[in-house]
Design a protein around this ligand. Structure first.
Ligand code: BGC
Length: 361
């Protein structure tokens, strides 16, 4: 009888354990069943990251996931804390557009312990073995398109010149900044070498031209200095700016120095992101072009990657050798950027539904 009693106890225990696990799984509340995805964006201060974040949240939710979306005010510590919270809350995949590509090693090691997959978004995360995928626009191509645009706009390939050029670079803690610079300089360097492009400041290396934090004010201050030191008695004809926030600062400086008149036209000026402010500058002839990286395309790509990870199917990538993060080649999906200028912006940006015409009135 005693024996029968203990068997019964074991049986009851077993049944209740099974029932308990079954119930909780059905309710979908265990971390095991979580459909939670973390999205960590660097800042709200630039228009593009707001669009990236909004698009991703919307598309992930449409695909049936729950989303924690955070912006880190360009503060590295804040981003680390946000990712830590995403780990604690049971996210299965975390998508991160990093502020400083080298600062996430520790928190990614914590994520790996929980078997959380990490997708680096737009900017590669460096020095960590725990970056599983990278989704971006082809950053080298961004720079190349800017360089090609300058060559065409100035007629350099038909022998025109010499023209006065100054070069700006993006934030030195952002891996992308080096790809943009390399893509553009591979195109422009031969014209510097043959004297058709003259850099009066002599500053072309990234350590001389980089603007910390992609700050407009930083670019404005450097442009002020360049104009005072080198262009008191000559005009600047072309400025390589890797993105729109820098282009805004450069134009502010040029305006203050009297550019924009018939005898002192604005130089050819590149950019990237097609921020509303900069599209207005294209229309007004203050900026020549901006790279258009349709954030809807990138967000959709990331949603596909997340879904594949969550379903255990093959994650779509199209490049496995370009982006080494100092530890490994990170499997990547590269989307293709294009450029917008005053001739094609309506078709590209308005007819496609990215912006409305009212935004530019
Ligand atoms: C992005 C650019 C952006 C820049 C500043 C880069 O990593 O690729 O699109 O303009 O950061 O936020």
């Amino acid at each position: 009888m005693k024996r029968f009693g203990s068997w019964l106890l074991v049986l009851i225990l077993l049944v209740s354990m099974l029932t308990f696990t079954g119930c909780t799984q059905q309710a979908g509340t265990t971390p095991k069943d979580s459909k939670l995805i973390g999205v960590a964006m660097p800042t709200k201060s630039l228009q593009r990251w707001n669009q990236d974040g909004d698009n991703m949240k919307k598309m992930l939710e449409e695909a049936g996931f729950e989303v924690i979306l955070e912006y880190a005010d360009n503060k590295v510590e804040q981003q680390v804390t946000q990712v830590e919270n995403m780990i604690t809350k049971g996210c299965k995949v975390i998508v991160i557009a990093s502020i400083d590509g080298t600062a996430l090693k520790g928190v990614l090691a914590d994520a790996a312990k929980e078997n959380i997959k990490i997708i680096a978004y737009d900017r590669l995360i460096l020095d960590s073995p725990n970056v599983d995928y990278y989704a971006t626009f082809d950053n080298y191509l961004v720079g190349k398109i800017q360089g090609d645009y300058i060559v065409k706009a100035l007629g350099l390939n038909s022998g025109k010149g010499p023209f006065n050029l100054e070069v700006f670079g993006g934030s030195p803690d952002d891996n992308n900044a080096f790809f943009f610079n390399k893509g553009a300089m591979d195109v422009l360097q031969p014209y510097i070498d043959n004297g058709k492009l003259v850099v009066n400041s002599g500053q072309v290396k990234m350590e001389q031209v980089a603007i910390q934090g992609w700050k407009s004010e930083g670019a404005q201050a450097r442009m002020d200095n360049l104009l005072t030191a080198n262009y008191a008695d000559k005009k600047i004809d072309v400025v390589l700016s890797p993105n729109d926030s820098l282009a805004q600062g450069i134009v502010a400086s040029l305006r203050a120095a009297g550019y924009g008149s018939a005898d002192k036209p604005f130089p050819v000026l590149t950019g990237q992101d097609c921020d509303v402010t900069n599209v207005k500058m294209l229309i007004d002839g203050e900026q020549s072009m901006s790279i258009f990286k349709d954030t809807r395309t990138l967000a959709a790509q990331v949603v596909e990657m997340v879904a594949a990870i969550m379903n255990g199917t093959e994650v779509p990538v199209n490049d496995t050798s370009t982006y080494n993060n100092n530890v490994k080649d990170v499997p990547s999906y590269l989307c293709e950027p294009v450029f917008a200028d005053k001739d094609n912006y309506k078709k590209l940006l308005i007819d496609s539904g990215y912006y409305t015409a009212e935004q530019f009135r």
